[in-house]
Design a protein around this ligand. Structure first.
Ligand code: HEM
Ligand SMILES: *[C@@H]1O[C@H](CO)[C@@H](O)[C@H](O)[C@H]1NC(C)=O
Ligand SMILES: *[C@@H]1O[C@H](CO)[C@@H](O)[C@H](O)[C@H]1NC(C)=O
Ligand SMILES: CC(=O)N[C@H]1CO[C@H](CO)[C@@H](O)[C@@H]1O
Length: 328
C-alpha cells in the first residue's frame, strides 16, 4: 500500500508561543536544508543493521512526549546533580539502540549544520521515518522544537501508564493531555511492532487470580497463553526474555494488532482490554476491519502527539549533545 500523505491536517503553523517561534515544516529551510535526508539516511542504516531499533524509537518518542512534551527530555543522562527521566523505573527497558540512532543522527547533523537542529526534532522525524519504513503511514512533521532545560525521573510515573492500569485510568490520562478515546485506540496500534518483556505480562499467564501456577487470563487465546508460559518459564532468572507484541506480523507496521485483539492474541493486559471496554471496542473493530482507517487515524494522532507540549523560542535550547544540557 502506498504511503498516505495527510498534509491537510497541519497545513497552517501551530504557534506554541510568539508567532516568530512557530513550528513549520520549513523551519530549517535555510539553516539546514538537508536535515530530512540526513536523518533518513541514518535511520535507514541503523534499522537495517539493527532491526529492533524502529520499535524502540517509537516507544522512546511516546515516552518523551507524554512526559513534559516532545522536548528530548528523555534523552538526557543522569548526573551527580540530577536523576533524569530515562532513569525512572518505567524506562528500564528503553532500548539503547533507539538512543544510539538519535545520537548518530545528531553527530551527522553537527557536521553539516552545527548547533542548529534540536534533538527533539530529530526524535520526531526519526520516529516518522521508522514508522513508514516498517510499512506504516507517512506523515509530515512540523519542525522547530527546542530541547528541554530539565529532565527529572520523578515526573515520569504520573504521566505514563502501566500494563496493569484500568481503561478508566488510561482514558483519563490521555484525556488530561487532550487526546480522545479514538486517538488513544489509534495510537495504541503502535504495539503492532516491537517486544515486551515477560515481566510486563507475567501476571496474565502465571497464577492468574491465584488460580494455580499455570492459570492464565481467560480473555487470552489458550494456545497463545500456553506458548507464552513456555517462552517465559525462566523469566524470573532471566528478566531479559521478551516476546513480540504482535505475534502474527511482528516486524510489520499494519493493523494486525487489532485483528489479534479480536482473537485473544493481545499481549499486555491493557492491549486486550481495549477490545472489551465498550468505549474502546468499537474503534478496535473499525481498525481491525480497515487498515486504511487505522493508518489515517494513526498518522493524524502521531502528528498531534508530535506537537504536544513542545518548547519554542526561549523555552528551550538546541542541545549540542542530546544527552546533556548545554550549560553542563
Ligand atoms: C497507553 C498505554 C500503554 C502502555 C500501558 C504501554 C506499555 C508498554 C510496555 C509495558 C511495553 C513493553 C516494554 C518492554 O518490556 O520492553 C511497551 C512496548 C512498546 N510500546 Fe507501549 N504502552 C502504551 C502505549 C504506547 C503508545 C501510545 C506507543 C507509541 C505511540 C507505544 C509504543 C510501544 C512500542 C513501539 C513498544 C515496543 C518497544 C520495543 O520493541 O523496544 N506504546 N509498551
Ligand atoms: C501495577 O504494577 C506496578 C509495578 O509494576 C505496581 O507498583 C502497582 O501497584 C500496580 N498497580 C495496580 C493497580 O495493581
Ligand atoms: C476504510 O476507511 C477509509 C478511511 O476512513 C474509508 O474511506 C473507506 O471507505 C473504508 N473502507 C471500508 C470498506 O469501509
Ligand atoms: C536506556 C537507558 O538509559 N536505560 C536506563 C534506565 O534506567 C536504568 C536504571 O536507573 C539505567 O540503568 C538504564 O541505563
Amino acid at each position: 500500500m502506498a504511503p498516505i500523505l495527510l498534509l491537510l491536517f497541519f497545513t497552517t503553523t501551530v504557534s506554541a508561543s510568539p508567532a516568530s517561534d512557530a513550528l513549520s515544516v520549513d523551519y530549517y529551510k535555510s539553516s539546514c536544508p538537508q536535515v530530512l535526508d540526513i536523518i533518513s539516511d541514518v535511520v535507514t542504516t541503523k534499522q537495517i543493521t539493527n532491526p529492533t531499533t524502529g520499535a524502540g524509537i517509537l516507544r522512546l518518542f511516546f515516552h518523551d512526549c507524554f512526559v513534559s512534551g516532545c522536548d528530548a527530555s528523555v534523552l538526557v543522562s543522569t548526573n551527580h546533580f540530577n536523576r533524569a527521566e530515562r532513569d525512572a523505573d518505567i524506562n528500564l527497558s528503553l532500548p539503547g539502540d533507539a538512543f544510539d540512532a538519535v545520537v548518530r543522527a545528531k553527530t551527522a547533523l553537527e557536521l553539516h549544520c552545527p548547533e542548529v537542529v534540536s534533538c527533539a526534532d530529530i526524535l520526531a522525524v526519526a520516529t516518522r521515518d521508522f514508522v513508514s519504513m516498517l510499512g506504516g503511514p507517512f506523515y509530515p512533521i512540523l519542525l522547530g522544537r527546542k530541547d528541554s532545560l530539565s529532565s527529572t525521573a520523578a515526573s515520569v510515573e504520573p504521566n505514563l501508564a502501566r500494563p496493569n492500569a484500568s481503561i478508566d485510568h488510561i482514558v483519563a490520562l490521555f484525556a488530561s493531555k487532550g487526546f480522545t478515546v479514538r486517538e488513544l485506540v489509534a495510537i495504541s496500534g503502535a504495539h503492532t511492532v516491537g517486544f515486551s518483556h515477560c515481566g510486563e505480562y507475567a501476571d496474565r499467564i502465571f497464577n492468574f487470580n491465584e488460580g494455580g501456577p499455570l492459570a492464565f487470563d481467560s480473555s487470552m487465546n489458550p494456545t497463545y497463553a500456553q506458548a507464552l508460559q513456555k517462552a517465559c518459564a525462566d523469566y524470573l532468572k532471566n528478566p531479559t526474555i521478551a516476546t513480540f507484541n504482535d505475534i502474527m506480523t511482528p516486524g510489520k507496521f499494519d493493523n494486525m494488532y487489532y485483528r489479534n485483539l479480536l482473537r485473544g492474541l493481545g499481549l499486555l493486559a491493557t492491549d486486550q482490554k481495549l477490545a472489551a471496554d465498550p468505549r474502546t471496542a468499537p474503534f478496535v473493530g473499525v481498525y481491525a476491519a480497515n487498515q486504511t482507517a487505522f493508518f489515517e487515524d494513526f498518522a493524524y494522532t502521531m502528528q498531534k502527539l508530535s506537537v504536544y507540549g513542545v518548547k519554542t523560542g526561549r523555552q528551550g535550547e538546541v542541545r549540542r549533545r542530546c544527552d546533556a544540557f548545554n550549560n553542563l
